[in-house]
Design a protein around this ligand. Structure first.
Ligand code: ZN
Length: 498
C-alpha cells in the first residue's frame, strides 16, 4: 500500500495546516486583543490558501488514483477504503470551485458581515439588501459549479449535510409543520401555566462556571484533552482528537445561558474527543456532518440536560450552590421553568417545541431566494408572514426578524436545516441507546452517564466522517431518518408539563 501511505502523509500535512488555522481562530474569539484583527485575517487567509492548494494539487489526485486501486478489495467500512472514498468526494468537490469564485465569496461575505452588523443595529434591511443579493448571486454560481441533479439548493445543502436533498427536507418539514403548528397553538393558550422568573434571579458567575465544569466531568468530557474558555458566541473547536476546546458565555441574571450553553458545546466536544485514534490527521477525523454534530449537542443539552432524571441528581447540588435563589423552589417548578414553551421572535432563545419552526422559515425562504421565486426586496414581508402563520407573532422590527442571524451575511446558505436534522436525529439515537442499554435512565438519575456515552462512542463518535449521515443513522439505529420519534418525544414531555 505504498500509494495509500504516501496519500496519508500528504493528507496529514493538510490536516496540520487546518489544525493550525483552527488554533488561530480559537485565539481570535477568546484572547486576541482587538488590534490583532487585521494581521490575524491575513494569517488565516494564508493558511487557508496553502491547505487548499495542497489538497487540490495534481499530485494528490494521482495518489488518490493509486490508493483507490490498492484498497479496491477492502471492506466498505474499513479505515482505508473509507479514507479513499471520502477524500475522493472532498477532492472532486474542491476541484470544481474556481479559486476566483472562492476569493470573491470570501471578500463579499467578510464585507457582508460588516454591513449586516450595522444594518441590524439600525434595524434597516434596505441597507443590507444589495450585499445580500450579491451573496445569493455568488452562491447560485457556486451551486452551478458544484453541480446538482434536482434542485439548485441541493448543491449548497450537500456541503453541510452530504447526501441530503431539498426534496427530502421538504417532506420532513411538511410533516413537522403539520404536527408542530397545532401543538404551539394549543400551548400558546396555556402559557401562564409555567413561570420561569426564577431563572432571572441573581446567579454568581464563578459558581455557574464551576457547576458547568462539574457536569462536563460527569458527562465524560476529558479536561486532559480539552479546556473551556469564555467567548461572546459559544463554540467548539478541535485541533486534534486530543485537543478539543469549548467556550461558554455567563450571564449573572439568566441561569440557562451558561448552563445549557456549556452542556450543548460539551455534547459537540464529546463527539470530537470520541473519534477513533486511527483517524487522527486524516480527513475522517471529524464529525460526519453538521446535522450529526448537532444531534450530539442537542442530545446532551436537551434530552439529558432538560430531563427530570438528570435534575433529580443535579438539582440538590444546584440548590446548595445557589441557596438564596433556589432553596425555596421545588424540583418540579425548576424542571418546568427550564422547559417553558413560549413562541418568541429570536431563534437562539427558542424552546424545543418552537425551535424547528424558526428553522423551517429560514429553509423555505432560502430555497425561494435561491430559485428566484422570491425577490430580495420582498424578503422582510415574507419573513413576517411566515412568523405569523407558524408562531402567531410578528416582529416589530427587522432586527428582531429577518436581520437577527449572522448566517446569511457570512454566506452560510443551506446551513440552517442541519439544526433541525440534529434535533430529529438526537431523539432517534437516544431512544435506540436506551433500548439497547436499559440502565441508562437509572444511571442518569445517579449522575452517571457512562452507559450513554459508551453507546454513542461505539455507534457514532468512533466512526468520524467514515459514513454519510444517512448511512450513520441507519447503522446506529437500524432505521432511516424519521420525524415521528421526535414528535412523540415532544408530545409525551410537553403534554405532561402543559
Ligand atoms: Zn451546536
Amino acid at each position: 500500500m505504498i500509494q495509500l501511505t504516501r496519500l496519508k502523509s500528504k493528507l496529514a500535512e493538510v490536516c496540520d495546516l487546518k489544525g493550525a488555522a483552527s488554533v488561530l481562530g480559537w485565539d481570535q474569539q477568546t484572547y486576541m486583543p482587538p488590534g490583532g484583527a487585521s494581521a490575524r485575517a491575513e494569517q488565516l487567509a494564508t493558511l487557508e490558501k496553502l491547505s487548499h492548494e495542497m489538497f487540490i494539487s495534481a499530485e494528490m489526485g494521482e495518489l488518490l488514483e493509486g490508493a483507490a486501486a490498492e484498497v479496491s478489495g477492502l471492506a466498505f467500512d474499513s479505515d482505508e477504503a473509507s479514507l479513499v472514498r471520502v477524500t475522493r468526494r472532498d477532492y472532486d468537490k474542491a476541484r470544481k470551485i474556481p479559486a476566483a469564485l472562492v476569493a470573491e465569496i470570501a471578500r463579499t461575505t467578510s464585507l457582508g458581515m460588516e454591513v449586516w452588523v450595522k444594518a441590524k443595529a439600525e434595524s434597516n434591511f434596505v441597507e443590507f439588501q444589495p450585499i445580500l443579493e450579491k451573496i445569493y448571486q455568488l452562491h447560485r454560481a457556486l451551486a452551478n459549479c458544484l453541480g446538482f441533479e434536482e434542485r439548485i439548493y441541493d448543491a449548497l445543502l450537500d456541503q453541510y449535510e452530504p447526501g441530503m436533498k431539498t426534496s427530502d427536507l421538504e417532506k420532513i418539514f411538511a410533516n413537522l409543520k403539520a404536527q408542530l403548528v397545532p401543538m404551539v397553538h394549543t400551548i400558546s393558550e396555556k402559557l401562564t401555566n409555567v413561570d420561569d422568573s426564577i431563572l432571572h434571579r441573581q446567579y454568581d458567575g464563578q459558581k455557574q462556571w464551576d457547576f458547568g465544569i462539574e457536569v462536563l466531568k460527569r458527562f465524560g468530557y476529558d479536561f486532559e484533552k480539552g479546556r473551556q474558555d469564555k467567548s461572546v458566541h459559544p463554540f467548539t473547536t478541535s485541533f486534534s482528537i486530543h485537543d478539543v476546546r469549548i467556550t461558554t458565555r455567563v450571564e449573572e441574571d439568566f441561569l440557562p445561558s451558561a448552563l445549557f450553553g456549556t452542556l450543548h458545546e460539551g455534547g459537540h466536544a464529546l463527539y470530537d474527543q470520541g473519534i477513533s485514534q486511527d483517524l487522527e490527521r486524516t480527513p475522517l477525523g471529524a464529525g460526519a456532518s453538521l446535522g450529526i454534530h448537532e444531534s450530539q449537542s442537542r442530545l446532551w443539552e436537551n434530552l439529558v440536560g432538560k430531563s427530570l432524571g438528570f435534575w433529580k441528581f443535579f438539582y440538590p447540588r444546584l440548590q446548595s450552590t445557589f441557596p438564596e435563589s433556589l432553596a425555596p423552589v421545588s424540583l418540579q417548578a425548576f424542571y418546568q421553568a427550564i422547559n417553558r414553551v413560549q413562541p418568541s421572535l429570536i431563534r437562539i432563545e427558542a424552546d424545543e417545541v418552537t425551535y424547528n419552526l424558526h428553522i423551517m422559515i429560514r429553509f423555505e425562504l432560502e430555497v425561494d431566494l435561491l430559485e428566484e421565486k422570491l425577490a430580495m426586496a420582498d424578503l422582510p414581508a415574507a419573513w413576517n408572514t411566515k412568523m405569523k402563520e407558524y408562531l402567531g407573532i410578528v416582529p416589530p422590527k427587522d432586527a428582531e426578524g429577518v436581520l437577527q442571524d449572522v448566517h446569511w451575511s457570512n454566506g452560510l446558505i443551506g446551513y440552517f436545516p442541519t439544526y433541525s436534522l440534529g434535533n430529529l436525529i438526537s431523539v432517534q439515537l437516544f431512544e435506540k441507546a436506551k433500548a439497547e442499554n436499559r440502565d441508562i435512565p437509572g444511571q442518569m438519575e445517579r449522575g452517571n452517564f457512562s452507559g450513554l456515552l459508551e453507546w454513542l462512542r461505539t455507534h457514532v463518535h468512533y466512526h468520524g466522517r467514515k459514513f454519510l449521515p444517512v448511512e450513520l443513522v441507519e447503522r446506529a439505529t437500524g432505521s432511516h431518518l424519521r420525524v415521528e420519534p421526535y414528535i412523540n418525544y415532544l408530545k409525551s414531555k410537553y403534554w405532561e408539563i402543559y
